[in-house]
Design a protein around this ligand. Structure first.
Ligand SMILES: [Zn+2]
Ligand SMILES: [Zn+2]
Length: 338
């Protein structure tokens, strides 16, 4: 608490700026957190590639409570927590109707970077995460996002599932879908033979996927066959291909977004109607499934450490560029303040 806290901002061109942050007084239901670990998300990489304005980086946070507001009863200094970046309010019409997934009045990070020394959060955003290694615990948020995808799609047990994209979300979708009994699971990515995809394929197979196919390989679609369900943890422009690989009565879930050009796609609706295929979407705001994600991590039923490839101190976060702008065996990087 002595040093002025710093937080990381980033914009296009992998330009990062570590700024001093003002330390403001707590409201009654807020807690001050010392960030122990914060995962680098695909969204952060989009900011670093495409966002023109400086944007706060990081939301996959494991932290320690250092100060609690006057009305906080569930958390006390010293306690280790993980944080939802958007938390349902619990009192709006949507929440009160059992559709907290539609809540738009939730608590947010209020434009604070998670890649920071300190953060202020509403206590409603927090879950106790005692006794879990902070780097591992920081994977609660991306795992909860993947659980949301899989639960929304609800793939049938024992039926073929394809997952486009071998980033953290695609890999965690494979792990949770496997746990839920879906499969065989096919991962689909673009380039074979890159260091990143080799590392990701190894992780995918270890987490429960059965094979990986690459769209740059000739004949990959014939090899793929048809799938009962497909998850797109990849740009929206891949949706028509996913739909084409979907069997009669199958479902596609689009979860990947992009801030670049490839956010739209032309779909053959006739094929979807006659083929009884449906398209679903998923975005994990507000955060749901944190309790399940935490228990799967705590009990090691999903070995989230399998995807953590790099750790960087906050001062060296600028080195992210070397891990993601070039080919490197990097899947998930975790930033370690302090
Ligand atoms: Zn994330
Ligand atoms: Zn609400």
């Amino acid at each position: 608490m002595i040093r002025t806290p710093r937080g990381l901002y980033g914009r296009a061109g992998f330009t990062t700026d570590l700024r001093e942050l003002p330390r403001r007084a707590l409201l009654p239901h807020e807690v001050r957190l010392q960030v122990l670990a914060c995962g680098l998300c695909g969204t952060d990489l989009h900011f670093l590639r495409q966002m023109q304005e400086f944007t706060p980086l990081g939301h996959e946070v494991c932290a320690q409570v250092i100060q609690a507001g006057s009305a906080v009863t569930r958390f006390a200094p010293g306690q280790q927590v993980v944080m939802e970046d958007v938390a349902m309010c619990g009192v709006c019409d949507a929440c009160k109707s059992g559709r907290s997934d539609l809540c738009r009045d939730g608590c947010t990070m209020q434009d604070q970077p998670g890649m920071a020394d300190e953060l202020v959060a509403h206590e409603r955003m927090l879950h106790g995460a005692e006794g879990i290694d902070p780097v591992t615990a920081a994977m609660t948020e991306p795992l909860a996002v993947a659980i949301r995808c899989v639960e929304t799609l609800a793939p049938d047990s024992g039926k073929p599932l394809a997952i486009f994209g071998m980033g953290a979300i695609g890999l965690f979708c494979a792990a949770f879908a496997h746990l839920r009994g879906a499969g065989p699971i096919t991962m689909i990515a673009r380039h074979p033979g890159t260091q990143r995809n080799q590392a990701a394929e190894e992780a995918a197979l270890a987490l429960g996927a059965d094979r990986a196919l690459y769209t740059q390989d000739a004949g990959w679609q014939e090899k793929a066959g048809l799938f009962d369900a497909v998850i797109l943890a990849a740009p929206p422009s891949m949706t028509p291909v996913a739909m084409k690989l979907t069997a009669y009565g199958g479902k596609v879930l689009a979860a990947g977004v992009t801030f670049g050009e490839d956010h739209s796609a032309l779909l053959d609706i006739n094929d979807m109607v006659f083929g009884k295929k449906s398209l679903l979407t998923s975005i994990a705001e507000p955060g749901l499934h944190f309790p399940l994600a935490l228990s799967l991590i705590r009990d090691q039923r999903i070995d989230v450490r399998r995807i953590i490839t790099h750790r960087l101190p906050l001062e060296k976060a600028g080195e992210i560029v070397n891990l993601y702008e070039k080919d490197a065996p990097a899947i998930k990087t975790v930033i370690l303040p302090g």
